[in-house]
Design a protein around this ligand. Structure first.
Ligand SMILES: [Zn+2]
Ligand SMILES: [Zn+2]
Length: 200
């Protein structure tokens, strides 16, 4: 698929158009290209995203998830919460990995934009006129890659991968469907965590 189409699809998934999600898309595309792998339809790839919690630019995480197929739902991504716009992609078949980070080059320009001024006043991003959203999308999308991304070396990680535990059963107490690995033993019953009284 054309990269531009991937970008548009990612922004549609994300819900609005912003610079950080575009940075995530570009980083995801660069990581796939350098490793020479395709988007993870299953769990062939594993990602580590360095955004944290409750800070600007976390939209980055949606860009990388959409493009690489390393998603919360598939469980093949985790956060290393450093508050950075950086992402490591690992090909599980070979354990080759690449870290790509976003450079500060455009940040002054981004900070001065109408979009960011309005964000600073508390306007929700999807309530900002589309052409003001697109100004930053185009800025980040059109910049030469070496201006905005630092692409690391491909290295081999010592990662171990565990098979997923298949299967669900109803909790013997509340009856709600619960993944096998999350059932706890209480007397002669197998119950979900809230019914068990355990923390986890
Ligand atoms: Zn966003
Ligand atoms: Zn239960």
């Amino acid at each position: 698929m054309e990269d531009k189409q991937v970008l548009l699809d990612a922004l549609k998934f994300h819900g609005h158009k912003c610079w950080a999600s575009v940075a995530g898309v570009r980083i995801g595309l660069a990581a796939l290209r350098v490793l020479g792998v395709k988007r993870s339809g299953g769990s062939q790839l594993y990602g580590i995203v360095e955004i944290g919690e409750d800070h600007g630019g976390m939209c980055f995480g949606d860009g990388v998830q959409y493009v690489t197929g390393c998603t919360l739902g598939k469980g093949n991504i985790r956060k290393q919460p450093y508050g950075k716009l950086a992402f490591t992609l690992i090909d599980k078949a070979t354990n080759r990995s690449i870290r790509v980070s976003y450079k500060p080059t455009l940040q002054k320009q981004i900070a001065k934009s109408v979009f960011m001024q309005k964000r600073g006043m508390g306007v929700q991003p999807d309530e900002i006129p589309i052409e003001e959203q697109m100004e930053l999308v185009n800025l980040v999308w059109d910049a030469p890659e070496s201006d905005v991304l630092t692409v690391g070396e491909v290295v081999t990680c010592k990662c171990e991968w565990f098979p997923e535990v298949m299967g669900f059963k109803p909790c013997d107490a509340c009856g709600e469907l619960t993944a096998q690995a999350y059932l706890r033993v209480a007397g002669d019953k197998h119950v979900c965590i809230p019914c068990s009284g355990y923390d986890r």
